[in-house]
Design a protein around this ligand. Structure first.
Ligand code: BGC
Length: 256
């Protein structure tokens, strides 16, 4: 593995997703990776113990024994996982901090929601608009993740993916996993995203939406189709954001 020589302000982040557990060493001054990105397939079932072992393996491959932030697709309160929409139900009630401290030794560890982590990174290193006003940051992937920012300050653990529209959860209607499962064109899928954004706008009246997740790499194919009357900006960090935000959380002691 090649590490680039940089300043000392380094951290590591690991993003636990439905298909992969991804980590990298991050330059916290620039938000850039200074190592390769290590990705290991998410174990099945993705129990806390199995995921903790995989996180340890990612860090071994990165040769990193310093502070680490972990982003999980779960509401995290006082470092305890409160929900498990797209991971194994046995996460609910797990003190993730304790579990990982046991697995990773006595280093600094911060655990937070994956969309919150990605949003924090976007505010710090992404579009200037992310820092101003009332911003809703969304990730489209296996589910829909959300993070609310007022003047760049996070209100953690919002779960807009589970808001109901006509009895259906938004993420069951318009995640990128649904696009794949139903083989929807970008145009058809964008119609669903539009419906979801209009409902979020009706209820929360943000000044801008920032859309992230893997599918933001193809933003030009679907963002122009949206008709919601609020600016929709493609996230700049793309799927790097979760890792960068997790690393920032450990470094800045931002842990809900
Ligand atoms: C989870 C959120 C998560 C989002 C994106 C949702 O199903 O409930 O906590 O942020 O998926 O992974």
């Amino acid at each position: 593995m090649t590490k680039v020589a940089v300043g000392n302000n380094l951290g590591a982040g690991v993003d636990v997703g439905g298909s992969g557990i991804k980590g990298a060493i991050v330059d916290l001054d620039t938000g850039e990776f200074v190592s390769e990105r290590v990705k290991i397939t998410t174990p099945k079932p993705a129990t806390p113990e199995a995921v903790a072992e995989t996180v340890a393996e990612v860090l071994r491959q990165l040769e990193w024994d310093g502070p680490v932030g972990i982003a999980l697709p779960s509401v995290i309160k006082h470092q305890v996982a409160m929900t498990a929409a797209n991971i194994d139900p046995s996460w609910i009630g797990t003190n993730v901090h304790e579990l990982l401290t046991h697995q990773l030794g006595g280093r600094e560890i911060a655990v937070l929601n994956d969309a919150d982590a990605a949003g924090l990174a976007e505010v710090a290193f992404g579009e200037a608009d992310a820092k101003q006003g009332a911003v809703i940051f969304l990730t489209f992937g296996t589910g829909i993740g959300s993070a609310f920012f007022a003047e760049g300050k996070l209100f953690p653990n919002t779960e807009l993916g589970h808001l109901l529209i006509d009895g259906t959860e938004c993420e069951h209607m318009a995640s990128s996993a649904v696009k794949d499962a139903e083989d929807l064109s970008y145009k058809k899928w964008a119609k669903r995203v539009d419906l979801v954004l209009k409902e979020y706008d009706r209820l929360f009246n943000p000044t801008a939406f920032i859309v992230g997740g893997g599918i933001s790499r193809k933003a030009e194919k679907w963002v122009p189709e949206l008709t919601v009357h609020v600016p929709v900006i493609a996230a700049r960090l793309r799927n790097r954001a979760g890792i960068v935000g997790a690393a920032m959380a450990a470094h800045e002691h931002v842990a809900p």
